[in-house]
Write a protein that binds this ligand. Structure first.
Ligand code: NAD
Length: 469
């Protein structure tokens, strides 16, 4: 069988099977989720080993960024699924007297999950948790850039599901392109805004709904009232976790002029104590991952070189080792908006610091760009915080906190426009894979008086009645 016919074969088998899976009750879906959770708990070391081999991800970062998030999502779904699946009774509008209505979340059917490489296990399997909860059948296309994690995802799925329910199809953009031609009922894509546009165009051909979890530049605003030491610790952790290859990492810092110098000095101290604690230097630190591949290593090196050629100053780091795909935690000051590093998503361990004079200027800076996936505010001033929240738009906004929105099952996670369409996490993920079917049942009465022929009396009654609706 050619790769293409294998793919078609899996898709048509899933199509045949979709209504059987859709008919599963909450207990059956919960049983699948429990098995998935148990499998992950039994293979923690294997998961950590896969991501370590792919790009030197520290064991703790695989546990925090992939497994903890994933297992919490599963446990939350297990706890709440019965409630989510129950018909949601609605009140009866005046004009609909005699009917009852409710919302029933029904599975969308055959879904495609396309995952990126930076959290290759969580971002392939977390949408699957929502798909299973909703009662869908799914094909997962992991990223080709992290082959070990991709093999791990395949192993998880093949151990727990038959291919007519969940299948993993490995491959690169060509495989994705083939998959995108198929009339899936929903596509859940996580990746860059550029590829997100390709996915949305392809989906339009089949009028397939999409969830696009994208990226972009997420600013971290620090005003003069912030606790600078705590802020420095938070930003350094969030930026250099996974070597800066996190969609919600603070892409750059926007800091008020009066505290800028202090913040940079504190971040330098934090970097020194965090990664050099073993005494062997950052390069040898087991807590610091690597850039995923040579293409991204050269992209980042070029961004840095272009910035310094144009006058940016390396206040910290800037050291690299191509053979190891290593770039040390780097802080850049004196950056200007014209530099490529301030226009493109950085997605690596380089942190530009931009200075603002007052909160209005920071707001203007944010609003001049695309709507971010995450906006971080570090401030003790309630009025400044509220003003920033009210005057900007972003997928998520965190105050004196970083990164953890991804693991908060109670709030929707996702972007807005260029940073994403649709949401994930907990109930929001379940809804993404479901059609909210509005059901109405007439109990008594009739709407026959509205049917033609339309008498003058009816028209006059309607005109008067409009005021009471
Ligand atoms: P990417 O867009 O290059 O690739 C994502 C997936 O799309 C991969 O599986 C890849 O094989 C596939 N793909 C690549 N080119 C394609 C094409 N032309 N047609 C169809 N499919 C194609 O993204 P990436 O480099 O893997 O990940 C980094 C990006 O993802 C960053 O922009 C980051 O911000 C974003 N991201 C977003 C989230 C989120 O939850 N919002 C999470 C992680 C990463």
């Amino acid at each position: 069988m050619t790769d293409h016919s294998k793919l078609l074969n899996i898709f048509s088998k899933q199509r045949e099977n979709q209504y059987r899976i859709a008919g599963s009750d909450a207990d059956e879906r919960i049983a699948k989720l429990k098995k998935l959770r148990q499998f992950l708990l039994d293979h923690i070391d294997e998961a950590c080993d896969a991501t370590r081999r792919d790009f030197g991800k520290p064991e703790a970062e695989t546990i925090i960024g992939e497994l903890l998030v994933l297992v919490s999502e599963i446990s939350y779904a297990i706890k709440n699924l019965k409630k989510w699946m129950r018909p949601e009774r609605q009140s009866v509008p005046l004009t609909m007297i005699g009917t009852s209505s409710y919302i029933q979340y029904e599975p969308k059917g055959c879904v495609l999950i396309i995952a990126p490489w930076n959290y290759p296990i969580a971002l392939a399997l977390k949408p699957l948790v929502s798909a299973i909860s909703a009662g869908c059948v799914a094909i997962i296309k992991p990223s080709e850039m992290t082959p070990n994690a991709s093999a791990f995802v395949r192993k998880v799925v093949e151990n727990l599901f038959t291919a007519n329910e969940v299948a993993v199809i490995e491959g690169d953009a060509d495989t994705s392109t083939e998959l995108l031609k198929l009339p899936f009922n929903h596509i859940f894509f996580t990746g860059s805004p550029g590829v997100g546009k390709i996915v949305m165009k392809a989906a339009a051909e089949n009028l397939t709904s999409v969830t696009l979890e994208l990226g972009g530049k997420s600013p971290s605003i620090v005003d003069e009232t912030a606790d600078i030491l705590e802020t420095a610790k938070r930003i350094v952790w969030a930026k250099f976790f996974n070597n800066g290859q996190t969609c919600i990492a603070p892409d750059y810092v926007l800091v008020q002029d009066s505290v800028a110098e202090k913040l940079v000095a504190e971040m330098k101290n934090v970097i020194a104590t965090t990664y050099k604690s073993s005494g062997n230097g950052i390069e040898k630190s087991a807590s610091y991952a690597r850039i995923v591949n040579e293409k991204h290593f050269s992209r980042l090196s070029e961004l840095l070189n272009e910035a310094t050629r144009q006058g940016a100053v390396i206040s910290e780091g800037g050291k690299s080792n191509a053979a190891e795909r290593y770039i040390s935690p780097t802080i850049l000051t004196s950056v200007t908006n014209g530099m490529r590093i301030m226009q493109e998503e950085i997605f690596g361990p380089i942190l530009p610091v931009v200075i603002f004079k007052n909160v209005s200027e920071a707001i203007e800076h944010v609003n001049a760009g695309e709507k971010p996936l995450a906006l971080y505010i570090h401030s003790k001033s309630a009025s400044a915080t509220d003003r920033i929240l009210a005057s900007t738009s972003s997928g998520n906004a965190l105050v004196n906190e970083v990164l953890t929105q991804f693991g908060n099952t109670e709030i929707p996670f996702g972007g807005v426009n260029n940073s994403g369409i649709g949401k994930s996490n907990g109930f929001y993920g379940f809804k993404e894979f479901s059609n909210a079917k509005g059901v109405m049942k007439r109990r008594f009465g009739t709407m026959k008086f509205l049917y033609p022929p339309y008498s003058e009396r009816l028209v006059s009654l309607l005109k008067k009645g409009l005021r009471w609706v």
